[in-house]
Design a protein around this ligand. Structure first.
Ligand SMILES: NC(=O)C1=CN([C@@H]2O[C@H](COP(=O)(O)OP(=O)(O)OC[C@H]3O[C@@H](n4cnc5c(N)ncnc54)[C@H](O)[C@@H]3O)[C@@H](O)[C@H]2O)[C@@H](O)CC1
Ligand SMILES: Nc1ncnc2c1ncn2[C@@H]1O[C@H](COP(=O)(O)OP(=O)(O)O)[C@@H](O)[C@H]1O
Length: 289
C-alpha cells in the first residue's frame, strides 16, 4: 500500500496559477457552478464567492431563480448564461431527491462532458450511479468531496457496505476504497483531510482550526477546488495525476484561510471564503523570497 504524505505550504504554493500579462478571462479558466437550490440557496453564494476569492477568469452559475438572484446580488461579476467551461463544481446544496428533471439532465450533461469536475454533497450518489450505469471502469477527471456520512452513502451506491463508525475508525483506508471504486480522486473531509488518488497518490492535510466545523464550510471548499481545477485544465488533460495535489492545495488553502479568519475565535463559512485571497497572498509572498 502507498505511503501517506503530509502536504505542505511549499507544495501548495506551486499550484496557484498567477495570471500572466497576456492572459485574459478565458485563458485563465472558466468555472461552471451547478450548486445551491431553492432549499439551500446559500450554498450557491458560498461556492461562487470562494471560487472568485481563489482566483478564476469567470464563473458561470447555472441554477434556479432564487439562488441565481442571491449569487448576482453578492457577485454581479457572475455570468448566468450557459457556455463553455474548463471545469465544474457540482452538488453543494443540492438534494438529489428534490432534483427536477431539467436540472438533473443538466448535471448529467456536465458529468458526461469530459470536463474535470468537483463533485460534492447531493450529486455524489448520482455520480457513482451514473458512472456505473454508463459502464465506466476507467479513471475519471473528478474530485469527490464527501464527509464521513456522504462517503458511506457513496460507497453504498457502488455496492460496498460500511457505516460511519467504521469510517471514523479508519478514514484513510475508506478513502482509498472509495477512490478505487469510483476511479476518482476522493477528498475525505474532517479535522484531517485524506486525499486518495485511484492511481496511488495519498496526501493528508491538517492544521485547520476546529472552528471550521461550521455550516457551509464544505460549500466553500467546493468553490476553492473548482477554481483550482478550472485554472489547471491543461495540466489535468496532460496528466490526471495533477488532480490529487490540486485537491490537497484546495484543502490546505481552505485551512489557512480559516486560520486567518478565525485568529483563535469563531468563524462563519463566508468569513473563510473572504480570507482566501490573503492566504494566497502570503503563499506567493513567501515563495518570492
Ligand atoms: N447555507 C447553505 O445553503 C448550506 C447548505 N448546506 C448543504 O446542505 C446539504 C445537506 O448537508 P449535510 O451534509 O449537513 O446533510 P444533512 O444535514 O442532511 O446530514 C445528513 C447526515 O449526515 C450526517 N453528517 C453530516 N455531516 C457529517 C460529518 N461531517 N460527519 C459525519 N456525519 C455527518 C448527519 O448527522 C446526518 O445523519 C448539502 O447539500 C450541503 O451542501 C450545508 O453546507 C450547510 C449550509
Ligand atoms: N473538527 C474539524 N476541524 C477542522 N476542520 C473541520 C472539522 N470538521 C469539519 N471540518 C472541515 O469543515 C468542512 C465541512 O464540510 P461539510 O461537512 O461538507 O460541511 P457543510 O455541508 O456544512 O458545508 C470540511 O472542509 C472539513 O474538512
Amino acid at each position: 500500500m502507498s505511503e501517506w504524505t503530509a502536504f505542505t505550504d511549499d507544495d501548495a504554493a506551486r499550484w496557484i496559477s498567477v495570471p500572466a500579462p497576456d492572459d485574459d478571462k478565458y485563458s485563465r479558466g472558466v468555472l461552471g457552478a451547478i450548486t445551491g437550490s431553492t432549499s439551500y440557496p446559500g450554498a450557491a453564494v458560498l461556492s461562487v464567492q470562494a471560487a472568485h476569492r481563489t482566483g478564476v477568469g469567470m464563473v458561470r452559475y447555472l441554477g434556479p431563480r432564487h439562488p441565481s438572484e442571491l449569487v448576482l446580488a453578492r457577485r454581479p461579476e457572475v455570468v448566468t448564461a450557459d457556455g463553455r467551461v474548463q471545469a465544474w463544481v457540482i452538488g453543494s446544496g443540492i438534494d438529489e431527491q428534490a432534483l427536477k428533471p431539467k436540472r438533473r439532465a443538466r448535471i448529467i450533461r456536465a458529468l458526461e462532458s469530459g470536463d474535470p469536475a468537483v463533485i460534492d454533497a447531493g450529486v455524489l450518489g448520482l455520480f457513482a450511479e451514473h458512472r456505473l450505469t454508463a459502464g465506466g471502469g476507467g479513471r475519471t477527471k473528478s474530485i469527490l468531496t464527501p464527509h464521513f456520512s456522504e462517503l458511506v452513502a457513496l460507497l453504498g451506491r457502488t455496492g460496498i457496505d460500511t457505516d460511519v463508525d467504521a469510517v471514523k475508525q479508519a478514514p484513510a483506508d475508506w478513502a482509498v476504497r472509495a477512490a478505487e471504486a469510483s476511479g476518482s480522486v476522493v477528498l475525505l473531509k474532517g479535522n484531517t483531510t485524506y486525499i486518495a488518488d485511484p492511481d496511488g497518490a495519498r496526501l493528508t492535510v491538517s492544521g485547520a482550526p476546529s472552528w471550521l466545523a461550521t455550516a457551509g464550510s464544505g460549500d466553500v471548499l467546493g468553490g476553492v477546488l473548482g477554481a483550482l481545477v478550472a485554472t489547471h485544465r491543461d495540466a489535468i488533460d496532460a496528466d490526471a495525476g495533477a488532480l490529487a495535489p490540486l485537491a490537497a492545495t484546495g484543502a490546505l488553502l481552505h485551512a489557512r484561510a480559516a486560520e486567518l479568519a478565525s485568529a483563535g475565535g469563531p468563524i462563519a463559512a463566508l468569513d473563510v471564503a473572504d480570507a482566501l485571497g490573503s492566504a494566497i497572498k502570503s503563499w506567493l509572498n513567501s515563495a518570492s523570497h
